[in-house]
Design a protein. Structure first.
Length: 330
């Protein structure tokens, strides 16, 4: 009997163990049997994209910066050339544009720009006013000048109060300017007095190397359009003046600080080809019969004169650039 009870007890314990194991299997999830509902969004994280540098950035030298846009390059246009100066605007000391260069008056006897003809006011040349301002009352500022915040080109800056320009004497350049070759000592007496009283020195430079045998004054635009002849016998008689084929004024070089005319640049066709030849104004004279400027030299001297290589103007900012030309013509 005891044996039977022992067997029954053992069977009961085994049955209880099997039942417990079956419950654990039922509670365990079978892999791959779980289903995500169709309307449940699956959120995935976007990968972080690293921006590749551009080719220009990868080639940028170390320690350099890219220039800011809009900053002009100084020296892009030669401010020593008269033809360029005639295109410049005029600003006042308050950094405002007040007008533009209309023309200039060249003092031939002293090889200088004596006055700048400034046009102000008006619209499309209607109602505008022209004033003659001495070179000494202006400053030629180059583009990029740190004192001219709004300038993006070479400009003239008025160095006196704008009211001086507005109150300056009127002068009719078309009818009252002395003819080329005529003495012109007092043609600007009223202008001279006005600007001297305004504190601007308008006196002619001391007599020296720049002095010529020319008399009178001429407008810059007329000087650039003038004919050039060669006086083969150097006696300035009409019979001996010869016009050289294709000899003309290409430009005039004017010192930007003093307004002195340094050279008249002649464009001529020679046996060796076309040349740009700088000649001091002192080697030109006026021939009223021919109504032309005469180069008082012989053909040999003219053909042997130094010229701008390859027809390219030199760097007029470089010290001594003009030495060889002055030395030759002395």
């Amino acid at each position: 009997m005891r044996k039977i009870l022992t067997i029954l007890s053992t069977l009961i314990i085994v049955s209880m163990l099997l039942a417990a194991c079956g419950q654990e299997e039922t509670a365990t999830a079978v892999p791959g049997t779980s289903v995500v509902p169709a309307d449940t969004a699956v959120v995935t994280e976007e990968p972080v994209v690293t921006e590749e540098p551009t080719l220009a950035e990868t080639m940028q030298p170390a320690g350099t910066e890219t220039p800011a846009a809009g900053i002009p390059v100084t020296g892009a246009e030669n401010p020593y050339l008269l033809s360029n100066q005639l295109d410049y605007d005029v600003w006042n000391g308050s950094n405002n544009q007040i007008g533009e260069v209309e023309d200039m008056v060249i003092d031939l006897a002293n090889s200088r720009v004596s006055y700048v003809d400034i046009e102000t006011g008006g619209f499309l040349d209607i109602g505008d006013t022209e004033s003659l301002v001495p070179w000494g009352a202006l400053r030629l500022a180059l583009n990029g000048d740190p004192d001219v915040l709004s300038a993006d080109d070479n400009i003239f800056i008025l160095q006196v109060d704008q009211s001086q320009l507005e109150n300056s004497p009127n002068f009719d350049l078309d009818n009252n300017l002395p003819a080329v070759g005529e003495p012109a000592a007092d043609w600007d007496a009223d202008l001279n007095t006005f600007w001297n009283d305004a504190g601007v020195d308008v006196s002619a430079p001391a007599q020296g190397a720049a002095t010529t045998q020319l008399q009178g004054v001429i407008l810059a635009t007329n000087l650039l359009d003038s004919d050039i002849a060669v006086d083969t016998n150097n006696d300035l008689t009409a019979d001996d003046v010869d016009f050289v084929d294709d000899l003309a004024i290409d430009n005039v070089i004017v010192d930007i600080d003093s307004g002195q005319v340094k050279f008249v640049v002649l464009d001529g066709e020679f046996d060796a080809g076309e040349r740009l030849m700088p000649v001091p104004l002192s080697h030109l004279q006026w021939n009223a019969d021919e109504e032309a400027f005469v180069l008082t030299t012989d053909q040999t001297t003219m053909e042997g004169a130094p010229y701008f290589e390859n027809g390219v103007y030199p760097d007029t900012f470089e010290n001594g650039w003009d030495t060889q030309y002055f030395d030759y013509w002395q």
